[in-house]
Design a protein around this ligand. Structure first.
Ligand code: CP
Length: 310
């Protein structure tokens, strides 16, 4: 694996499969009574989150602790960034403390790539603006792979704010690389300008998007990315684009429902579906820990299954 994990764009199908194969092994660590192995003892990982996060931040931290790495959580509000220090200067000061990995989430697309050029530490992109969220796409594919052993030829619908979602960006790249047929659907104001150039189908409405699909993935409206709203109201969004119980009859009986979180219940997905038997939303969260453990191991060179057994 390369020095950094900046995006799915940089990964080959072989590398994606390698990460997921290792994640199957790291998942078993979380199922043990003692959920800890010494593999990354003496390694330092800094978590640098400039945007809110629940799942990604916590699962990276859990992954680091389960591998015995020293975890440092950088708090932007208590840092010298609030006194005007730039991100690059902050990074140079971090580099002077010799961390092994920096996990970064930032609202500016491309910031992790900029850090990767100036730092010896491995950089992991935990979400950069509307661009990429590679570990989310990997954990999503791991969750699909657990339910659908043959990935190539699967049909996946992604519904919602496609244009501003880094989850959509990374998932479209990841799924199409693995031979999945991807269909997107959302308000025209939330679709990228040249959406078909991404190698996806575009469905005209929710029914057409979900019918016959193996996986339906819902996305929330990324309102924080623009000052101007792209849709009149959450209620109207739910009417045309929200997955509701009345849609269940169009789904394949073995279809799985995914959502990266945070969920806006009653907007993009109704609670009965989010909590229902087709939902794998909490499996996605559990797999987030396994995938992030695998990524850390591969970046730090501890890829052997032998090395993660205690
Ligand atoms: N899926 C995801 O990125 O969630 P958080 O924003 O809570 O990390």
């Amino acid at each position: 694996m390369k020095k950094d994990l900046l995006g799915i764009a940089d990964l080959t199908p072989f590398e994606i499969s390698m990460i997921l194969d290792l994640a199957e092994s790291t998942k078993s660590i979380s199922e043990r009574t003692i959920k800890k192995v010494p593999t990354l003892r003496g390694r330092t990982v800094v978590n640098l989150f400039f945007e809110p996060s629940t799942r990604t931040r916590l699962s990276f931290e859990v992954a680091q602790k389960r591998l015995s790495a020293d975890t440092v959580n950088f708090s932007v509000s208590g840092s010298s960034i609030s006194k005007g220090e730039t991100l690059v200067d902050t990074a140079k000061n971090l580099a002077a403390m010799s961390p092994n990995v920096i996990v970064i989430r930032h609202s500016v697309a491309g910031y992790p790539h900029r850090l990767a050029k100036i730092m010896d530490a491995s950089i992991v992109n935990a979400g950069d603006g509307f661009h990429e969220h590679p570990t989310q796409a990997l954990l999503d594919l791991m969750t699909i792979r657990e339910r659908k052993p043959k990935i190539e030829g699967l049909k996946v619908a992604i519904v919602g704010d496609i244009a501003r979602s880094r989850v959509a960006g990374s998932n479209i790249l990841c799924l199409t690389k693995m031979g999945v047929e991807v269909t997107v659907m959302g308000p025209s104001s939330m679709l990228p300008l040249h959406v078909r150039r991404l190698g996806v189908n575009v469905a005209p409405n929710l029914k057409e998007a979900i019918i016959g699909k193996d996986v339906v993935m819902l996305l929330r409206i990324q309102a924080e990315r623009d000052a101007a709203p792209r849709f009149p109201s959450p209620r109207e969004y739910n009417r045309y684009f929200g997955l509701k119980m009345e849609h269940i009859k169009y789904l394949k009986s073995d279809c799985i429902i995914m959502h990266p979180g945070p969920i806006n219940r009653g907007v993009e997905i109704d609670p009965e579906i989010a909590d229902g038997p087709l939902s794998v939303i909490l499996d996605q969260v559990a797999n987030g820990v396994a995938v992030r453990m695998a990524v850390l191991l591969l970046l730090l060179g501890g890829r052997s299954i032998y090395e993660i057994s205690d």
